[in-house]
Design a binder for this molecule. Structure first.
Ligand code: PHE
Length: 330
């Protein structure tokens, strides 16, 4: 069967090997044809003939298997060579990621309050009327609800307009004393150079036995915090109104762009508003059934802080994902 063996030996690709396999071992192949001759072989020679055939078949099978293994190995080597990656090759993609300035600012704010032993609390972004408004002394039809341009959900829920509902959730879950901050995303229908429909706030709440915290404590902690954030700036507390605090104040820092001389950013007032705060309104404590306590609360916008810290002129730029802006914060 030398001629059949040659067929295998001469093959040099897997495709032709497959064709050859069918030619030799297939139902209509050469070997089958040989075996068919067996019936015409005279009786005494049959045994030797059959043994010879089986031996040839085994030899061919062995040749085939060896050839197959060799060709397969060559094919794999070829692929490995063609698809090789030179991991030592120097990359031109040197751009590295960095924390987004809003998150970096958030982290800086959180660090301050962690150092003062505040806990970090969380709440849902889809709120209900009770937590977002009612319990915060904003009853239905209260005109102050208009201050917040609310996104309403079909089922009566709201996208939380501030992080203040987390005050309520925390007070309902724990007992005083409380020292907490609540960082997170909030939503309002607003879009211009200082407003985006989604932004981040950090809420703060301190609750102590009655008489143990005062506006003086609030003033002290926020002044220290603002110096930590903005360095050597002037700070002023301006009377204001929030339904959930009484008295309430807004806090301004001297404009960091013009150092208080007056410019476009501070609308020529020399001051920039950065915080809302106040003494917790007794109606808020009533809605969570707290008695004989006093406390203070504050809330700030993280994007506004980031914008001021990094002198970003348009708040919307923080959300455009333009790498030319982001690269500057690496
Ligand atoms: N929730 C207020 C706002 O979003 C901020 C604030 C929080 C004011 C806590 C006072 C006390 O504008």
């Amino acid at each position: 069967m030398k001629h059949l063996e040659d067929k295998i030996t001469q093959v040099n690709s897997l495709e032709t090997l497959e064709k050859t396999r069918i030619e030799l071992f297939g139902k209509k192949g050469a070997l089958t044809a040989e075996f068919k001759k067996l019936k015409d072989v005279p009786g005494p020679e049959k045994k030797a003939f059959a043994e010879g055939l089986n031996q040839s078949k085994a030899n061919l099978q062995k040749l085939y298997d060896e050839k197959y293994a060799l060709l397969k190995k060559q094919e794999i080597e070829k692929i490995l060579k063609a698809e090789a990656i030179d991991v030592s090759l120097y990359s031109s993609l040197e751009a590295k990621g960095a924390l987004h300035p809003v998150m970096a600012t958030m982290d800086k704010i959180i660090d301050y309050f962690i150092a003062l032993n505040f806990s970090i609390e969380d709440g849902p972004k889809i709120e209900d009327d009770f937590h977002n408004f009612e319990a915060l002394n904003l009853p239905k039809n209260h005109p102050a609800r208009d201050m917040q341009d609310t996104f309403f959900c079909k089922d009566g829920g709201v996208l939380r307009t501030h992080t203040s509902p987390v005050q309520i959730r925390t007070m309902l879950q724990t007992q005083p004393p409380i020292r907490m901050i609540a960082p997170g995303a909030v939503f309002r229908k607003d879009y211009d150079i200082t407003h985006t429909p989604m932004f981040h706030q950090v809420e703060g709440l301190v609750v102590e036995p009655k008489g143990e915290v005062s506006f003086a404590n609030l003033k002290a902690i926020l002044s220290d915090f603002l110096h930590y954030m903005f360095g050597d700036v002037e700070i002023r507390f301006r009377p204001s109104f929030f339904p959930f605090t009484e008295p309430s104040a807004e806090v301004d820092i001297s404009c960091i762009f013009c150092e208080g001389k007056g410019c476009r950013v501070c609308s020529h007032t020399g001051w920039l508003e950065v915080l809302g705060c106040g003494i917790v309104d007794p109606n808020v404590f009533k809605s969570v059934k707290y008695e004989n306590v006093s406390g203070y609360a504050f809330g700030l916008g993280v994007e506004r802080f980031a914008m001021l810290l990094h002198k970003v002129p348009d708040l919307r730029m923080l959300f455009e994902g333009d790498t030319r802006l982001l690269e500057q914060f690496r």
